[in-house]
Design a protein around this ligand. Structure first.
Ligand code: PLP
Length: 489
């Protein structure tokens, strides 16, 4: 294990990496402008380092980070595709990056137009009427969607509809969003093919039903064959339909949630529309809606008339503002650029490749790993290390960690919950065949290691600066800030 020293440990008294210009205004005493209680009694404990110390330190650290730019990142449910650099160029244009959110509207026509046109394109891609770009993440989009459901039933004066149906294979944020919006969450079972059980669904189609939140393709990477039947049944029972579109990468240009009858959908621009994400941000989870949900959309809305783009708040039944200013503008610019560069054909092709590549990898792995739902998948699939664990004592976690030593980012683990010892794999369309083969080979090699020397995998990874961390401790008591008394080891 190679230890990386902290910038504080590189500190050397007297070193500095900055130089201020000579003072060209009269010097003042702090005590003349600030109350004594706000003035420091001692200098802050900052590292004393030169410019080159800082540059080398952070460049070295950056090279220890795994990223989509350094290797394959088959993190299921996250769509870690390559993010083209032209998106970065667009987001960095001074006309965008130096805008101030409080500028008068006539001076921000460009960014308003970009947002308007992005909404037009996302509406067309999803088959919805219009939407909002405000949400900062997929989960924020879900929460916004649930608020829209609530506003819809409040307007109807229908207070009985409290139940939201959520399939077992849904993403964990779905029940959280429904619960936080005041709904009761009802879990709908999966059938033997990993899809929504129509039989189970039937019992909830009553006048307490507010709606269903459906992830499609679901988190097993499977398209819900009965989606039209599900949509029709929920609507006939008076419920609304929410489409978790975080897995949109599998269906772009192929099918549209609006055509399936859905009322609200969110997209994860940071996944499908190629903007860098990871480690919790940044993101954008725009929400698109059908005709009947339009009155409730958040404000301000972006409108266009007489050649002028405007932010308008004229929507009396709106759920109101759900983010500060205009949402995560940098992500929106990247997504807009991606859509323009790809064009309609390019987006469709991306989905075709994402699905083809996932099936290619699935077929390559199924001779060595258990594939609980052995059927054609969409953009991702889930294998199980259950048998391996029972026979050799090697868990999904051990295999995931072993993959790090092969120079590949681990897949998503232990999710979805309906598959024991799950490893969820999403190669994405931006890997070459050689990279897909390398991933398959690495997984087959690990399987061989499991058989030959199962104990070795318990120690993986062994090639990284930090090996196994105590995950529970890290989640419950994270140490995210260095203090002088922090012991480094
Ligand atoms: C299917 C699904 N829904 C919702 C989300 C939540 O998105 P976010 O992480 O942007 O909040 C994710 C995230 O991975 C997801 O995979």
């Amino acid at each position: 294990m190679t230890y990386t020293s902290l910038i504080y440990e590189k500190s050397c008294p007297g070193r500095q990496g900055y130089r201020f210009p000579a003072l060209d205004v009269p010097a003042i005493k702090l005590s003349e402008v600030l109350p004594q209680s706000l003035i420091r009694s001692s200098v802050p404990n900052l590292p004393e380092v030169s410019e080159v110390d800082v540059v080398r330190h952070y460049t070295n650290l950056s090279q220890k980070c795994f990223s989509v730019d350094t290797g394959s990142y088959p993190l299921g449910s996250c769509t870690m595709k390559y993010n083209p650099k032209v998106n970065e160029d667009a987001a960095a244009l001074k006309g965008f990056s130096q805008l101030h959110p409080l500028q008068p509207q006539q001076s921000i026509q460009g960014i308003l137009r970009l947002q308007y046109e992005l909404l037009e394109r996302l509406s067309a891609l999803t088959g919805m009427k219009w939407g909002t770009l405000q949400p900062f993440a997929g989960a924020h989009g879900e929460y916004t969607g649930m608020k829209l459901f609530k506003a819809y039933f409040d307007k109807l004066g229908d207070t009985r509809r409290k139940r939201i149906l959520i399939p077992t294979s849904s993403h964990g944020t779905n029940p959280a969003s429904a619960h936080m919006s005041g709904f009761e969450v009802i879990e709908v079972a999966a059938n033997e093919r990993g899809l929504v059980s129509l039989k189970d669904l039937e019992q909830y189609l009553d006048d307490e039903l507010a709606g269903i939140m459906l992830t499609n393709p679901n988190t097993l990477g499977l398209f819900e064959d009965d989606i039209l039947t599900i949509a029709g049944s929920v609507h006939r029972a008076g419920g609304l339909l929410y489409y978790d579109g975080a897995n949109f990468n599998a269906i772009m240009g192929k099918t549209r949630p609006g055509d399936m009858g859905f009322d609200v959908i969110h997209l994860n621009l940071h996944k499908t529309f190629a903007t860098p994400h990871g480690g919790g941000g940044p993101g954008a989870g725009p929400v698109l809606v059908s005709q009947r949900m339009l009155p409730f959309l958040p404000t301000p809305d972006i409108t266009f008339s007489d050649g002028v783009y405007q932010l308008t708040t004229d929507r009396p039944d709106s759920i109101g503002r759900i983010s500060g200013f205009y949402g995560n503008i940098g992500v929106l610019i990247r997504a807009y650029t991606y859509i323009l560069v790809m064009g309609a054909d390019g987006l469709q092709e991306a989905s075709e490749h994402a699905v083809l590549f996932a099936n290619y990898v699935k077929e390559g792995l199924k001779k060595a790993y258990l594939l609980p739902y052995d059927q054609i998948c969409k953009h991702e699939f889930v294998i199980s290390a259950q048998e391996i664990k029972e026979t050799y004592g090697v868990s999904a976690m051990d295999i995931a960690k072993g993959l790090i030593d092969e120079g590949i980012h681990p897949p998503t683990m232990y999710f979805p919950l309906i598959v024991p010892e799950a490893l969820m794999i999403e190669p994405t369309e931006t890997e070459s065949k050689a990279d897909l083969d390398r991933f398959i080979d690495a997984m087959l090699l690990l399987k061989q290691k499991v058989i030959d020397d199962p104990d070795a995998l318990h120690a993986a990874p062994v090639t990284t600066p930090i090996g196994r961390v105590d995950e529970v401790q890290a989640a419950r008591k994270p140490v995210v800030r260095w203090r002088p008394d922090t012991v480094s080891s």
